[in-house]
Design a protein around this ligand. Sequence first.
Ligand code: SF4
Ligand code: FES
Length: 264
Amino acid sequence: MISALFIINNKQYTIECEESWTILDALETLRNNTSTPIHYRHSCHHGSCGTCGAIINGIEGLMCLTKINELLQERKSLNGKGIITPKFDNGRLVVILEPLKKASIISGIAVYPHDLFQSIPEELSYKKIITRNDAIQLEADDSYTILYEEYNRDTQYTGAPIPEESVFIEKALQRNKLELCIECGLCLSSCPENFRGPAGLAAIHVDLHKHPTDDETYKKLLELARASDGFPGCKRHINCSRVCPQGVAPARRIQELRIIKDDE
Ligand code: SF4
Ligand code: FES
């Protein structure tokens, strides 16, 4: 066990925690042992829902994936050039939690990063509902048959009914249409520039590749990417790709948008 001093919205809390705990584990324990309300968001506890983002000792991260023992080590600073060394107060590891920037604060460090994609018109949005026909245009390879066999083996433990192979594969293909981004807002918060933002441009990049280059939607998406709040607003800090927990690599996607030529 180690002793940690959590500083949340300028209030201080001392907590005894295991080094293997995540920040979220520590907050849950703290909340159960204090009468002071502590406001934060979470749901899945495993890096899927994107709700638990915060600035943790100066760097954006998901509280459910960031462990106490990581904060005990030296970490690269956000710009990748400096080193953040752990700080201690009377032997307690200092953990400062701040709400994400450029997000709506609900309360405490609970935020709603709702600005990520809202400026992308709905008809162009990568979030538009896909039809069954769109989904089955993807081709299944052998891995889907293996997946099906594994699923069937697992049914002896799960008790789930065994679906027809074709139905199973069609559903698996539909799941693969989902994008990686969990809309956590870490990238937007970490970027010092004011523009459409890394996640929004990454979404445009993803969607562009779903349309032929002579398609109207392709042209409109490219127009959005090239607008003054599009990639010209990016000054290549690359913080977004450093903090993204999903490997979406927004900085690379923005760079790829820059080099698209009109006749491509
Ligand atoms: S691109 Fe990455 S950091 Fe940005 S919102 Fe999506 S998952 Fe989060
Ligand atoms: S609780 Fe879901 S991503 Fe952290």
